[in-house]
Design a protein around this ligand. Structure first.
Ligand code: NAD
Length: 445
């Protein structure tokens, strides 16, 4: 079995090395730097296997994906020649509902990595208790080397190859690394051509004009902020007194900094791949955004001091938001981190040993599987809206997002206190219990 070497402890060195090689080749725009995700997943689940006293049958059921597809398909290039491509799709577990997960276009995509990410989606959907299983997929391609029409041909050909295995009640794709709204439209259109009817719920992340949903673009950041505010309430912290440092000024980090700034938080430090800036009195985030748009970097912003990314992570702040890469908080810098709350908007920014150090220091770390789940929650709303031929007001989206995020936070928080364990461990326990309960109800255990 593929997982026997990995379970219940860590992935084999070979797998780890391969993932690291893959990621080191990524350039900055390969934003979802998630090489550490499943290393972390596996080591946490190894412990949960013991905490919950799982049987080997339960472990086997969790450890194997239900369906894995590898497809080889031709797509016509601008030269007129046909080129063969490889695509994957893994539907990891669908006990709680149809599988849901992104489509990634990446030259180094492997079936192993797709499987790891699909498993993470299963856990994430279970933590926030939405009626989805988890999946992931993609095409082995560097989209930067294709023209727009070639990208369209590849997308459509991939969907023709897997078209019989996806659907609004089977498996629902979404954007991921190097795939965007336009690609979601091609997926929608190709699927509808195959079926000969409109099926908007086949894919999420669509433009609003084609039955997408309001607020999706900032839902990951806002979902995390709802959770953060609930945590602050529990700790008696006030927004006006909280200094925030945000690592990463891309899609997620920028939205998070901007929303918090507008809510009256003092954003004292932000960074991007070039480095960071700090001003203990607070940065004007609207101006920082303009500066970044003009210069391409947050560095050298007037009235602030340039710092390194390492300095940002250990600066004097109340709330630290890693929103860039994985593996940023490690045993080497964890002791120097000064924040009271760490909100993981990036995937796997903290290693397990750093997580344990934060727990010992009585800091609250809100794990990725909960903190950044707002995106998939709003995808669930988009899917529901499409199935009902409905169009939700933005206020309704935000209210329901808030309800789900706060309920999920409290579900995890209670378990965390009952078991005196780290929040990540509690979140995984909750997810595993929910998945196995669904399997039991179905008679699969
Ligand atoms: P993005 O590419 O838009 O932004 C990444 C940011 O990180 C950029 O500002 C980049 O300059 C910065 N960066 C790169 N290297 C850095 C370094 N060494 N130090 C500091 N900053 C660095 O990506 P994104 O969509 O904002 O995703 C960020 C993280 O959030 C990823 O871990 C991703 O997997 C996770 N995430 C994103 C979503 C989403 O909805 N986009 C959902 C869940 C999780």
């Amino acid at each position: 079995m593929w997982y026997r070497n990995a379970w219940p402890l860590n992935l084999s060195n070979n797998t780890t090395n391969r993932m690291e090689t893959v990621i080191s080749k990524q350039n900055e725009r390969m934003h979802a730097d998630d090489k550490n995700v499943c290393k972390l997943c596996m080591s946490e689940l190894g412990e949960i296997y013991m905490d919950l006293g799982l049987s080997l049958d339960e472990l086997d059921l969790l450890a194997m994906p239900r369906r894995s597809f590898t497809v080889h398909f031709p797509a016509r290039m601008d030269s007129g020649k046909v080129k063969m491509f490889v695509g994957h799709r893994i539907q990891y577990n669908d006990a709680r509902g149809p599988t849901k997960g992104g489509i990634r276009f990446h030259p180094e995509l492997t079936i192993d990595h797709v499987r790891d990410l699909a498993f993470l989606m299963v856990l994430k959907c279970a933590v926030v208790n939405i009626p989805f299983g988890g999946s992931k997929g993609g095409v082995v391609v560097n989209p930067k080397e294709l023209s727009s029409s070639e990208l369209e041909q590849v997308t459509r050909a991939y969907i023709r190859s897997i078209g019989n295995y996806i659907g609004p009640f089977k498996d629902i794709p979404a954007p991921d690394v190097y795939t965007d709204e336009q690609i979601m439209v091609w997926i929608l259109d190709e699927f509808e051509r195959i079926k000969g009817e409109h099926v908007p719920a086949i894919v999420t992340g669509k433009p609003f004009e084609l039955q997408g949903i309001k607020a999706r673009s900032y839902s990951t950041s806002l979902g995390g902020i709802y959770v953060l505010e609930e945590a602050m309430r529990k700790m008696g912290m006030q927004a006006s007194e909280a200094g925030v440092a945000v690592q990463g000024f891309g899609h997620v980090g920028r939205n998070a900094a901007s929303i918090l700034y507008e809510k009256g938080y003092k954003i004292i430090a932000v960074s991007d791949s070039g480095g960071g800036i700090i001003n203990g009195e607070g940065l004007d985030i609207r101006e920082v955004m303009k500066h970044k748009d003009v210069t391409g970097s947050v560095m050298d912003f007037k009235g602030s001091k340039n710092i390194t990314n390492e300095e940002l992570l250990t600066c004097e702040c109340d709330i630290l938001i890693p929103a860039a890469l994985s593996d940023q908080l490690t045993k080497d810098n964890a002791h120097a981190v000064q924040a009271t709350i760490i909100l993981e908007l990036a995937n796997a920014p903290t290693t397990t040993d750093a997580d344990e150090i934060f727990f010992d220091k009585k800091m609250m770390l809100i794990p990725d599987v909960l903190a950044n789940a707002g995106g998939v929650v709003v995808s669930f709303f988009e899917w529901s809206q499409n199935l009902n031929n409905d169009s939700w007001e933005e206020s309704r989206v935000l209210q329901k997002l808030r309800d789900i995020m706060i309920t999920s936070f409290n579900d995890v928080y209670v378990l965390c206190h009952e078991g005196s364990c780290r929040m990540r461990r509690a979140a995984y326990q909750l997810a595993v219990k929910r998945i196995l309960h669904a399997e039991r109800l179905r008679g699969n255990l």
